[in-house]
Write a protein that binds this ligand. Structure first.
Ligand code: NAI
Length: 211
């Protein structure tokens, strides 16, 4: 977005955390929160919260704090989640099926609109109301469906080929579950989910505490 300041990556990552916390506060019936409260909930200092949010303008009011509804709307606008993003899922196995069935992505602006798989035994099945389509149809089906985000949930060995097909079909953001580095052209964003790495990190932190 041309009229927006460049957001440092660590700040961008924290925006999702702020957003999730603001959603939770609204659900609890709260209407304002100050930087100390928001920081405490996320294990951040109040100075960090103020600095992050000041990147986008003056939201808070001294002595009152942030209006939660207004701040949530602004963060959603900044993150692009104030609009709906159509998402395609490739790989209708354990992960792909669970993601497609998860009902709350819709609340956050993400809607799975198509599911693809390579296995003839899986193609044609219905997952959360979507008929699984053959992966060979990506090229012919995706353009025109207004989809810019994809989730790859196929085994590692097929992931790069799937990524190439998705990029060729106009996808510009990929959430990758496969445990493999994906090479994509500039302008295409990849975010990888790695539960094993997160568990390793936890194990390391616990071991470090014990040492
Ligand atoms: P799964 O075996 O249950 O499902 C994979 C699906 O992909 C199958 O339906 C298969 O037919 C389909 N498939 C295979 N090659 C394909 C291709 N070229 N194009 C389209 N579809 C294709 O596997 P699961 O358990 O759902 O795992 C999916 C991926 O996620 C794997 O790479 C796995 O290693 C990874 N994984 C990642 C985790 C993480 O933390 N990121 C955690 C667990 C799994």
């Amino acid at each position: 977005m041309a009229d927006q300041p460049r957001i440092p990556k660590p700040t961008a990552r924290r925006l999702s955390l702020y957003l999730r916390e603001l959603e939770s506060l609204l659900e609890q019936g709260k209407s304002t929160i100050n930087s100390t409260g928001l920081g405490a909930a996320l294990d951040l200092t109040d100075a960090q919260v103020r600095k992050d949010l000041a990147t986008f303008g003056q939201f808070g009011r001294p002595g009152v704090g942030y209006d939660i509804t207004a701040l949530r709307a602004e963060l959603r606008r900044i993150m692009g989640t104030d609009r709906q993003w159509n998402v395609v899922v490739v790989g209708a196995g354990n992960i792909g099926t669970a993601v497609t069935r998860y009902p709350r992505f819709g609340d956050r602006g993400f809607r799975v609109v198509a599911v693809f798989d390579a296995d003839p035994a899986v193609v044609g099945n219905t997952v959360a109301g979507h008929q699984v389509l053959p992966v060979s149809d990506i090229q012919s089906r995706l353009p025109g469906m207004n989809i810019s985000l994809a989730i790859i949930a196929v085994p590692a060995e097929g992931a790069q080929q799937v990524a190439d097909m998705l990029v060729a079909a106009g996808i510009s953001g990929i959430l990758n579950f496969a445990p493999v580095y994906l090479s994509v052209p500039g302008g295409v964003a990849v975010s990888s989910v790695d539960l094993a790495r997160s568990l390793e990190q936890l194990a390391f932190e616990i071991s470090a505490d014990l040492a």
